[in-house]
Design a protein around this ligand. Structure first.
Ligand SMILES: [Zn+2]
Length: 202
């Protein structure tokens, strides 16, 4: 008999799920894996709601029976997009043609900046939540993990200044503000200096 270790049940369940990717697990198995924690079911759901692991149940897939669980992807959904429903995610990805709206990388294809890496798409906010942006689909877009990390490989061709300015001028106001925010964060002193003598574009 496994000892009752409710304290360690979270870590035990996480480890068990991660070592059984792609295998359908049933209630008895997970209860035992949790160390027979009395609230093991809740602990399983928390791995999904708190840690972002996409643990599927019969509510997600018709081939799963009630009481069966399946983890197909070892990578959890990042915290910033956990509040976004599956329906909204699917809608935004479809609307954006499963293409990163920053670099054009396509989901599942090798990433243009690192051909050994498969493109994974996330849902990103156009106007950041900290700036009052909502989870409404109109404020969401598909962003690949590379652009999301802000760590694009510099071997990609750099755009010329002229092309870059054209792109920025054609972008939506919200995206231009996003560019501004990024630049101000990157060059705070320069931004302060410039702000004193800048004349607004009418
Ligand atoms: Zn990208």
């Amino acid at each position: 008999m496994a000892a009752k270790t409710p304290k360690g049940s979270r870590a035990r369940l996480r480890a068990y799920l991660l070592s059984h990717i792609g295998r359908v697990l049933d209630s008895d198995e997970l209860r035992e894996a949790s160390g027979n924690a009395s609230e093991w079911g809740r602990r399983v759901r928390e791995r999904r709601t708190e840690e972002g692991y996409q643990i599927l149940t019969h509510n997600d897939r018709s081939d799963l029976k009630p009481g069966q669980y399946l983890l197909v992807d070892p990578k959890p959904i990042p915290a910033f997009e956990r509040g976004i429903s599956k329906e909204t995610r699917a809608y935004v990805l479809d609307r954006n043609g499963f293409t990163c709206q920053m670099c054009g990388a396509v989901a599942g294809e090798p990433h243009p900046s690192d051909l050994t890496r498969k493109t994974r798409l996330h849902i990103g906010h156009i106007v950041d939540k900290s700036m009052g942006g909502s989870d409404d689909p109109s404020n969401l877009r598909a962003i690949c993990s590379v652009c999301n990390e802000g760590a694009r490989n510099l071997t990609l061709d750099r755009p010329s200044l002229q092309k870059l300015l054209i792109q920025v001028r054609r972008a939506t106001g919200a995206d231009q503000v996003e560019v501004l925010r990024w630049l101000v964060r990157k060059f705070p002193k320069e931004a302060e200096k410039r702000l004193k003598k800048v004349a607004p574009i009418s």
